[in-house]
Design a protein around this ligand. Structure first.
Ligand code: UDP
Ligand code: MG
Length: 330
């Protein structure tokens, strides 16, 4: 498509919403999303991404695209690849001058999109958000606090609230993200890397409108390993530095034991203390190997060069993209 034609068709705002088995939330979302967008008085498009749902999400998207074909497109991914890769798939297709991401479950109220857009129009090129009072289970809030803390200390990414996905991106940030080939991306961190004028604003947070969270504890841990391994070498450096410290400490310990042997003769006391120390160190070594494994596994996936996701179909936009398109992470 010629550049001038793309510019003419460029809406002020693109809203990106990933969905994974959200048949219960989607009708509720639609009821609030479009009035909120109409109230902004800007041209907009909504790009839904179905992340391999097995419920009736796709059928609902089909009906929605038929009803609102001028403002809605739906990218159907062939398999579930996770929220962040799903958003990356949508970023390849968005045309807006500004882009806002939103969850489908109404935890981020669509009425807050206006505040995010305003911050972008005031000159920010990336708008992060901080949730007011979080409406999540206690274990999610505790885990998030802990993981936020770890990320603060291990990466240079300064995000107050990494879990909230109501975020705004200027076109140039989206274009830069589109050039990335990460197999395990974390979209807010990528945006932070490319933004020149990032800001954060406070938004409200609501309980999930319907259905269940798609993040189990294991999935949450995996996501945070993606974030840590993708943006920091600190965990590896921590292990090499503590390895050096323990090695130096053990030299003094051996000298001390040798002197005791000479002065007091052979001793057998303290065997269990020694066991304790040995088990502790063994645990540290296994943990270290695990961390190295997390990095090696991701390097392995990256070098395989497989498609990160497969777009099975795009509804509502036959003019722009082929109906079956593979994204190769080359
Ligand atoms: N999601 C997705 N793919 C996944 C998991 C989640 O597209 O593999 C979507 C989900 O449908 C929702 C958003 O990402 O729109 C956030 O998910 P969820 O609300 O389950 O996360 P939580 O709020 O519990 O962090
Ligand atoms: Mg949610």
């Amino acid at each position: 498509m010629p550049c001038w034609q793309r510019l003419r068709m460029q809406p002020d705002l693109s809203v990106v919403i990933p969905l994974f088995n959200e048949e219960q939330s989607l009708p509720l979302l639609v009821r609030r999303l479009f009035p909120a967008l109409d109230a902004l008085g800007r041209s907009y498009e909504v790009v839904f991404v179905d992340d391999g749902s097995s419920d009736r999400t796709v059928e609902q998207l089909q009906l929605l695209v038929e009803a609102r074909s001028r403002a809605v497109r739906a990218i159907l991914l062939a398999h579930n690849v996770g929220q962040h890769l799903a958003i990356m798939a949508a970023f390849k297709q968005v045309r807006g001058r500004s882009v806002v991401t939103l969850d489908a479950d109404l935890q981020n109220p669509p009425e807050e999109i206006g505040a995010v857009l305003q911050a972008l129009e005031d000159g920010a090129d990336y708008v992060g958000t901080i949730r007011g009072i979080r409406q999540d289970d206690w274990w999610r809030r505790t885990a998030s606090r802990l993981l936020n803390r770890i990320r603060e200390h291990t990466t240079r990414i300064r995000i107050t609230d990494q879990g909230c996905m109501l975020r705004g991106f200027d076109r140039h940030v989206v274009d830069s993200i589109n050039r990335c080939r990460d197999v395990t991306p974390f979209v807010p961190a990528l945006a932070y890397v490319f933004a020149r004028r990032p800001v954060e604003i406070k938004v409200s947070h609501e309980p999930r409108a319907a259905g269940k969270s798609k993040y189990s504890l294991l999935r949450l841990i995996r996501l945070n390993f993606d974030l840590m391994t993708g943006y920091s070498l600190v965990p590896l450096q921590l292990f090499s530095v503590s390895g050096i410290a323990i090695a130096i400490g053990s030299i003094f310990f051996v000298i001390y034991l040798a002197i005791r042997r000479l002065v007091l003769g052979p001793e057998v006391e303290g065997v269990f203390t020694l066991f304790g120390i040995a088990f502790f160190l063994l645990g540290c070594v296994l943990f270290g190997i695990g961390i190295v494994g997390e990095y090696v596994g991701r390097i392995f996936e990256q070098t395989q060069n497989r498609p990160r996701y497969v777009v099975a179909h795009i509804l509502g936009d036959s003019q722009f993209v082929p109906s079956c398109q593979k994204e190769i992470s080359a």
